[in-house]
Design a protein around this ligand. Structure first.
Ligand code: GLN
Length: 476
């Protein structure tokens, strides 16, 4: 991965005339063409992106361009972009065209970002390897026999392989941070409710967050401040003021921080030894730099993953009931009556993993099991949030591995869903608790595969998360 320049630097050149947006878009289109084999983009919008680039170039000349002028963005195939296809990488949405812009997309466009294409992902954002897409797997550019992670695999590789500046993905249980770690880029999941979900295809609504991939913190901060904040179309968005993350990042305070790491995570048998080593090294460096780093116990750690999978599948089974062959996309042609319309369409339209999740979710919500699973998991979720917040009454951040292993081989876990679910072992806590978390690159394993470390902070502390990420990245 080339670290590239951040948007501020690029804009200097755009404004002094040594670079144009058209040049930039052409360059990306060329790279996209030469890297088609990675299977990142489901659609590319060349003419349109170039037309917009010309328009933004004109605005730059007349000094009327927005904050994101020149930024080239890719969208995970779960974000609504008006008059463009939207499929959640599923057959069931074949032929569906988005009717409106997601709020996040509209805000990018309003600030003159250029959207270049729609990115492959796991079907309905369910998966950890991008192997559940109806359009085939995305390949990790560092080793094309390996997965990029998921579910936002296309969005991660797009940034990794220089196929855009920034990708917007979604993170319900780790789908931005986990692929970011496996691809060696930065991935942010903000606080739950920070960004409007209007126009984001719903998976698990009490977890779903739009997340941001990039190669530098400045650009991610800038995009976050543009897309975050209240929205008339989504009543679940927080009204907590949106700071200027990019400005606050410019004044990094290298004060001693109090950092906790979870002993369970570090001692986990599932953790690849090289990742453990990389983390231990960071901990030592942080201590040497004067920060206070302490190992703590999290009494509920073994319940986090099951709680997530019970609640996320329950919510998914409800959210996905709208794909019935009547309103959207695909309709089976084997239909004889209303019931067969539903059954055939959903059996033909949904892939295996999505069907598994719907079955699981329907089961945990069924009358006889509701209390044993759904109600219980809700209670445990509350306890997990409380215990997580009690950590933040004493510490500024939690430091952990983002993933138990580096990028695994394509096909390695496809026949064992439980093994696949373990890829989310360390990322789901932030979603269950609703707090912000970021994955930043932290070296490589012996095979040259990227390692990611995860920083988690208390609600709405994205600014400090960026600042501390910068501190850690400066240590390297
Ligand atoms: N891998 C997790 C899942 O399959 C997380 C997915 C996500 O964050 N969208 O549920």
């Amino acid at each position: 991965m080339s670290t590239g320049s951040n948007l501020k630097d690029l804009q200097r050149n755009l404004y002094n005339g040594t670079l144009t947006c058209v040049d930039r878009v052409n360059e990306f289109l060329k790279t996209i063409e030469s890297k088609r084999h990675l299977n990142v983009y489901l659609s590319v919008y060349p003419e349109e992106a170039l037309a917009r680039a010309r328009e933004v170039d004109r605005k730059i000349k007349s000094k009327q361009a927005g904050k994101l002028a020149g930024l080239v963005v890719g969208l995970k195939d779960v974000l609504s972009y008006q008059e463009h296809p939207l499929q959640a990488s599923s057959r069931i949405l074949t032929g569906f065209i988005a009717q409106f812009n997601a709020t996040a997309v509209q805000r990018l466009l309003d600030e003159d970002a250029i959207i270049i294409g729609r990115q492959n992902c796991d079907e309905f954002a369910m998966g950890s390897s991008n192997e559940n897409s109806a359009f085939g797997p995305v390949l990790n550019e560092i080793d094309t026999t390996r997965v990029p992670g998921g579910s936002s695999g296309g969005s991660a590789v797009a940034v990794q392989a220089d196929l855009c500046d920034i990708s917007l993905g979604s993170d319900t249980g780790g789908s931005v941070r986990q692929p970011a770690a496996l691809c060696g880029v930065i991935g942010l999941k903000p606080t739950y409710s920070r960004i409007s979900r209007h126009g984001l295809i719903a998976y698990g609504s009490s977890f779903d967050c739009i997340g941001i991939f990039g190669k530098n913190l400045q650009d991610i901060g800038l995009v976050l401040e543009v897309i975050a904040g209240p929205d008339d179309y989504d009543s679940t968005v927080s009204h907590t003021p949106v700071p200027s993350y990019s400005n606050e990042l410019a004044s990094v305070i290298d004060r001693p921080y109090k950092i906790a790491y979870l002993k369970d995570a570090m001692e986990s048998a599932a953790l690849q030894p090289e990742i453990k080593l990389a983390l231990e090294e960071k901990i030592e460096q942080l201590k040497a730099a004067g920060h206070q780093v302490e190992g703590i116990n999290f009494s509920l750690s073994e319940y986090i993953l099951p709680t997530y999978y019970i609640l996320a599948t329950a919510e998914a089974s409800s959210n996905l009931s709208r794909y019935d062959g009547v309103r959207y996309g695909l309709r089976s042609n084997q239909v004889t009556n209303l019931e067969s319309l539903y059954k055939k369409t959903r059996s033909e339209g949904f892939g295996k993993e999505v069907q598994r999740r719907i079955l699981l979710g329907t089961f945990v919500l069924s009358a006889s099991y509701y209390d044993a699973y759904y109600t219980k998991a809700q209670k445990v979720r509350r306890l997990i949030r409380q215990e997580t917040q009690s950590i933040f009454s004493k510490y500024d951040f939690i430091l952990s591995p983002t993933t138990p292993t580096t990028a695994f081989k394509i096909g390695a876990h496809v026949n064992n869903p439980l093994e696949m679910y373990l890829a989310d072992l360390f990322s789901v806590q932030a979603n269950v608790a609703g707090v912000p978390a970021i994955s930043i690159p932290c070296g490589h394993d012996k095979q040259g595969l990227p390692i990611g470390i995860q920083l988690t902070a208390d609600d709405f502390n994205e600014s400090r998360l960026f600042q501390f990420s910068q501190v850690i990245m400066n240590l390297a």
